[in-house]
Structure formats: C-alpha cells, structure tokens
Design a protein around this ligand. Structure first.
Ligand SMILES: Cc1cc2nc3c(=O)[nH]c(=O)nc-3n(C[C@H](O)[C@H](O)[C@H](O)COP(=O)(O)OP(=O)(O)OC[C@H]3O[C@@H](n4cnc5c(N)ncnc54)[C@H](O)[C@@H]3O)c2cc1C
Length: 272
C-alpha cells in the first residue's frame, strides 16, 4: 500500500513550520527521520493533508553542552549520539542506548525528538531520558514552553503537544563524573524494539538514585521506594512490589519479566 497524496512543505524556520501546522488545523504532520511516520503513511494509519519536513531547520540538529546540561536538538539522530565524541558519564549512557536502537539505517535517520514525539512505549529514549530527568522545549504559536519528560509523554503514543507545537530540544542534566548507570534492554533479536527495559542512575554527588522500568503496556515509570541505602539490598520482590504500585495496568504475569529486566540494570552497575 502507498500513502495517500499530500501537500509537502519544507520550511526554513521554526516559525514558518509552526505557521504551516496551524494553517492545516490538525491535519498536518511534521516529518523528522520518517522511521515511524513513513510506515504509518504507507499503511494509511495516518492520512494527513500535508507533511512538513523539518530537515531544513539546522538549529534543531545541534548538540550543545554547558556546565550543567546537554541540550540535544530534536533532529539529532540516534547515530549522531552513538558516535558523539563528547566525554563524560552522561554521554557514555547516551552512546550505549543509541547504539542499541534498531539497525544502522534506522539509527542514521531516526531522531531523538521523533522518538519522544512518537512516544512508543517500547522505545529506548523515553526510559533513558526519564531516568536522566530530562526536560523538553516545545515551540508553537504561543511561544516556547518547557516541561519534564514525565509530563510530556502522557500515554502510549500520546504527548502533550498542542496544535501547532513542535518539540525543539531535549535538556539532559549532566551526571557527575563518579556517577554510575545501568541499562538493560530485552529484545528477542538485536535491533528490535524492547520487550522490557530497566534503567538505573546512581549519582551520589547529586543525591540521585533513580530506577525506571520501560517497554511495558504503559509508558515508562520511575519505580517508587527503591532508595539508595547501602545497608539495603534491593531484591526482586522489592522491584515487583514497586512495579505493581507504579504501573498497575501491567498484567500480573508480565510483572516478573519487567522486574528481572530492572534487576539486571541494577546489577550491571557501571558501564562501560
Ligand atoms: C525497523 C525499526 C526498528 C526500530 N527499533 C527501535 C528500537 O529498537 N528502539 C527505539 O527506541 N526505536 C526504534 N525504532 C524507532 C526509530 O528509532 C525512530 O526513533 C522513530 O521511528 C521516530 O523517530 P523519527 O525521527 O523517525 O520520527 P518520524 O517518523 O519522522 O516521526 C514520528 C512521529 O513524531 C512526530 N514528530 C517527529 N519529530 C517531531 C518534532 N520535533 N516535534 C513534534 N512532532 C514530531 C511526527 O509527526 C510523527 O507523528 C525503530 C524503527 C524501525 C523502523
């Protein structure tokens, strides 16, 4: 099957992209890497009157590092992150996660912003960025606004974008140089979407110990009650309990599977 016919726009500025989006009154889609949008178009799961190609917006393709955060443009590809030459623990984690997404062709075109805007619960960036407590910047007809990832992704394939709005940047607080992380992705075949994700950050200097479960039947969640107490060893039962509390919609028979993925992330400790 092929896509229905649509108008095609390639704006030169964010303001122009937003204007075009508003003009189509909800009947246009922005195109980033096209790795989810193109299949959806070809299967006619979406039938927009117009496609707005963001590839002309150079400002969305930069990675900017300050003393406290890394700001990733929405159009930065998985490959650009995989091969980033920036040093530091945060980039170690970003490189590791990027390298585990899909296949070379998908990584070369798929973008961090597209992944978040698509909000597939099985995708890697939502879990990783929730663990990193990232924020997003959104630009639209009423100006720009920021929000945490946890507010941006409101459900499976559902985000908090309003009509005419475009996700422009992802802001990731930098981890301390002594911080540790663990990321475990269970997929039946290398290059496939995850069936379970566990992600852990242990940053003593900033007082952060955060454990996230993802690739469930619901969006990724921070697991409550799993605090860092050196006397306490987190058990599988603890993780199961936290999952039942944080993700009540996940079927009981799947809880064990997701709890094991989280335990593996906890055990991985430091990578690389
Ligand atoms: C075979 C295959 C395997 C894959 N495996 C994995 C995997 O293992 N892990 C994983 O995480 N992902 C995986 N993906 C998804 C892929 O990595 C892309 O991240 C994802 O397809 C979306 O990114 P994109 O840039 O291609 O967005 P697009 O396909 O261009 O857009 C997706 C949606 O987001 C909207 N959108 C895009 N950018 C913006 C923006 N800046 N502002 C507002 N809305 C926007 C579009 O309108 C569209 O609705 C896989 C994809 C394929 C085809």
């Amino acid at each position: 099957m092929k896509a229905i016919s649509f108008e095609f726009h390639r704006p030169d500025s964010l303001a122009e992209a937003s204007d075009i989006l508003v003009r189509y009154d909800g009947d246009a889609r922005v195109l980033a890497g096209g790795q989810s949008l193109m299949p959806m178009l070809n299967l006619r799961l979406v039938r927009p009157a117009a496609i707005i190609d963001l590839s002309g917006l150079a400002e969305l393709k930069t990675i900017e590092v300050s003393a406290t955060e890394v700001s990733v443009g929405a159009l930065v590809t998985h490959s650009a992150l995989e091969f980033s030459r920036e040093s530091g623990v945060t980039f170690d984690l970003l490189r590791y996660v990027a390298a585990g997404i899909a296949y070379r062709g998908v990584r070369n075109r798929g973008t961090m912003g597209g992944s978040l805007a698509h909000a597939d619960p099985a995708a890697d960036w939502p879990s990783c960025l929730l663990t990193l407590d990232a924020r997003v910047t959104i630009s639209g007809p009423d100006g720009t606004r920021q929000m945490p990832i946890s507010d941006f992704i409101v459900g499976n394939f559902t985000v908090a974008l309003r009509p005419g709005e475009i996700l422009t940047r992802i802001h990731i607080p930098l981890l301390n140089s002594e911080a540790k992380w663990g990321y475990y992705k269970h997929a039946r075949k290398v290059g496939e979407f995850a069936e379970a994700i566990g992600c852990v950050i242990d940053d003593d200097a900033r007082g952060i110990f955060r454990v996230v479960a993802g690739a469930m039947s619901a969006p990724s969640v921070v697991l409550p009650g799993l605090t860092k107490d050196r006397q306490q060893i987190i058990t599988l039962a603890d993780v199961r309990h936290a999952l039942e509390e944080a993700a009540p919609s996940v079927e009981g028979r799947h809880i064990h599977f997701h709890a094991v993925a989280v335990m593996r992330a906890l055990q991985l400790g430091v990578r690389p």
